[in-house]
Write a protein that binds this ligand. Structure first.
Ligand code: AMP
Length: 453
């Protein structure tokens, strides 16, 4: 090992020792209280996706960098600045997935999904990674769910995908908080013509552009349209409009999407400036904007990507998709004071004294759990007072108490923690007694489901 290497390793190990014991910048733990939200939201997504005939897919956390770099486009924020890219030990460049579509499109090609009944509807619920500047609603690891419908070109599907996204927001009580922004960016040919027109318009005006826009003009001039810089915005206002470059087919397609959305009773706002930023989009693009804060606090977005699968080496396959961020959904739910049921509240704490009682409790605890009673059996050796204190801390509504006398007499004590009252019941009947107190409907009965051999 070179001495420089040794030095940097030594440095790294002292660094790790002196690093405070906390998460890296921009990432966060999902603690049990928030998991109630994640669990609820994931259930809604799974349920609605299954109703639409979509099946779940998980692509790896990392892919070859090229999968993202080529499909998303070189002059995009994600590829330019936000990818977590690293070399593996053989020098291959890998990237933690910053978005879901490229990996799903890769899987469609790799697993010959064009041979399946089309369209293939897939959904995912996965962590994603972007080296974003951490701020409200923006993290470096975040959960996204998404749908991809591949193998059919029909505006009905675009409308259905938007409707499904809206339905999920309705299920979560937040649909009214969002404006659906809708636009068409035309076919690939339309866009080629339009981007050329934009370049022609901006050439000679470079001095008025911000540095960022200057660097993007060649590769991705459409991104200049949604720059927040004041001078760039003035120029963008006067720039040629996409509408002037749409083919007859693209216009018809867009008109159909709008008609089908109206048919489904979905309100939307046409936004000719919406471009979505990634190279792979064609025709329909849409985003769910926070009605108060706009694009800053968008919850999700999507669109058509008819050229992507072919561009990645697969068969020509039209497709449309949507992705939304779960942390932002939770933030909106909390802002609206929407809570979700927690299934974690325990039913019973078991307190005991002496080895004989402890042994008897072991089997009893298993039986109670099997019956659907959520039971904490810490079975420690603390005094009865200490155990009852612990039961209080766990917020158990009932505590079972088993001491030497009860073991000898074949009984057990049920203590109602809220009222401080106690009753002695037969040991064999304690489960039935507890169920009648807690209510059959509140039990957490679990069956692993039927195995098929
Ligand atoms: P995008 O494809 O970039 O529009 O992302 C779709 C959705 O994912 C956004 O509307 C957000 O809800 C969510 N999202 C994107 N980036 C982040 C991030 N860095 N942190 C949290 N959520 C994000």
């Amino acid at each position: 090992m070179s001495s420089q290497n040794e030095e940097s390793q030594a440095q790294a190990s002292t660094d790790s020792l002196s690093t405070p014991c906390q998460t890296p910048k921009g990432v966060h733990d999902i603690l049990p209280d928030d998991h109630d939200y994640y669990t609820f939201i994931k259930k809604v997504i799974r349920h609605r996706a299954r109703q639409a005939g979509y099946r779940r897919i998980s692509t790896p956390i990392f892919e070859y960098t090229d999968i993202f770099a080529r499909s998303l486009g070189g002059a995009t924020d994600i590829v330019e600045k936000e990818m977590y890219t690293f070399l593996d030990k053989k020098g291959r460049s890998l990237t933690l997935k910053p978005e879901g579509t490229a990996g799903v499109a890769r899987a469609y090609i790799q697993h010959n999904m064009s041979q399946l009944a089309q369209p293939v509807g897939l959904y995912y619920i996965e962590p994603h990674f972007r080296y974003d500047r951490p701020q409200k609603g923006r993290y470096r690891q975040f959960w996204q769910f998404g749908f991809e419908v591949m193998g059919e070109l029909d505006p009905c599907i675009d409308a259905q995908v938007i409707s499904l996204a809206n339905k999920i927001n309705e299920d979560l009580g937040i649909a009214q908080l969002f404006d659906i922004q809708l636009n068409t960016i035309g076919s690939q040919e339309d866009r080629q013509k339009y981007t050329q027109a934009l370049k022609d318009y901006y050439y000679g005006k470079e001095r008025s552009l911000c540095e960022h826009c200057k660097s993007r003009l060649e590769q991705n001039p459409m991104r200049l349209l949604d720059c927040k810089n004041e001078d760039c915005q003035i120029l963008a206002e006067l720039a040629p409009k996409m509408a002037g470059y749409l083919s007859k087919e693209s216009i018809e397609y867009y008109e159909d999407v709008k008609e089908y959305l109206a048919e489904l009773g979905i309100k939307f706002t046409e936004n000719p400036k919406l471009v979505r930023g990634l190279d792979y989009y064609t025709n329909t693009v849409f985003e769910f904007w926070d009605a108060k804060e706009g694009a800053q606090n968008a919850i999700g977005g999507g669109g058509r990507y008819d050229g992507l699968i072919e561009q990645m080496g697969g068969p020509s396959t039209p497709a449309v998709g949507y992705a939304a961020g779960i942390e932002r959904i939770i933030a909106h739910m909390k802002r609206e004071k929407i809570r979700v049921p927690s299934k974690d509240q325990i039913h019973v704490f078991v307190a005991q004294l002496g080895k004989e009682s402890r042994k008897k409790c072991l089997g009893l605890i298993e039986e109670m759990r099997e019956a659907g009673l959520k039971t904490i059996g810490a079975l420690g050796k603390g005094s009865m007072k200490a155990q009852l204190k612990l039961a209080d801390k766990f917020d158990a509504p009932y505590t079972l108490i088993l001491g030497i006398t009860e073991v000898r007499e074949g009984t057990i004590i049920i203590r109602d923690m809220r009222h401080g009252s106690q009753e002695i019941v037969k040991f064999d009947q304690v489960i039935d007694e507890l169920i009648s107190k807690i209510g059959e409907e509140n039990l957490d009965k679990y069956s692993p489901g039927e195995l098929i051999y």
